[in-house]
Design a protein around this ligand. Structure first.
Ligand code: ZN
Length: 200
């Protein structure tokens, strides 16, 4: 099982991190060991600037390679929200040096995945949000993605065979920010809570 992640898929978020919008999706991966087990996340010692990035996550339901965009819908049926936890200080150091950023994004517990729900009616925009200590800190809508679900599936499957159970994090909207020990994070699609985690 692998976790494929997309960066810079919302124009407003690219802007807030001073990143250019790319002509093709920005792709990186997290290993299986990055999946958070349980509802408690322990703040890692190697960072002083841990950020949440709330994202829509698709579950792949069929094996495939070189998937054409028009058939991409056959490869996912369920969706949830998740967090792509990012050690922003480490990521900035790595970016400055032009080095890979896995230590900043692929560490243990860095992938939060909510409960999956069936995809809403085809092509209906999906609204999602993140609450920190009960207050809304991030909102997003699938209609604001630069690359659609189907475009992403077609793109990544040129390089990586998709397997049933693989996850696709589809990028974060604007509003990323820090978390601290003691925080509670809840992710929702529309008004349905799908994860609830505690930072310790
Ligand atoms: Zn992200």
């Amino acid at each position: 099982m692998k976790i494929i992640c997309i960066g810079r898929n919302y124009a407003e978020h690219a802007k807030e991190l001073n990143n250019a919008v790319s002509a093709t999706p920005v792709v990186f991966m997290k290993p299986k060991s990055s999946l958070l087990q349980g509802a408690t996340f322990y703040y890692p010692e190697f960072t002083k600037d841990l950020h949440y990035e709330c994202e829509l996550v698709l579950k792949i339901c069929k094996n495939g390679k070189h998937i054409k965009e028009k058939f991409a819908k056959n490869y996912y049926q369920q969706i949830t929200v998740g967090i792509d936890f990012t050690a922003r200080d480490l990521q900035l150091q790595q970016k400055e040096k032009g080095l890979p950023w896995e230590i900043a994004k692929a560490f243990d517990g860095s992938a939060i995945v909510g409960n999956f729900i069936p995809l809403p009616e085809q092509d209906k925009p999906i609204h999602f949000s993140l609450l920190k200590n009960g207050e809304q800190v991030q909102v997003g809508d699938s209609k604001d993605m630069l690359f659609s679900f189907d475009t992403l599936i077609a793109y990544v499957s040129q390089y990586f065979t998709l397997h049933t159970g693989d996850l696709l994090f589809t990028g974060t909207p604007a509003g990323v920010g820090p978390v601290a020990i003691g925080d509670q994070l809840q992710g929702l699609i529309a008004d349905q809570p799908l994860f609830d985690i505690q930072i310790k």
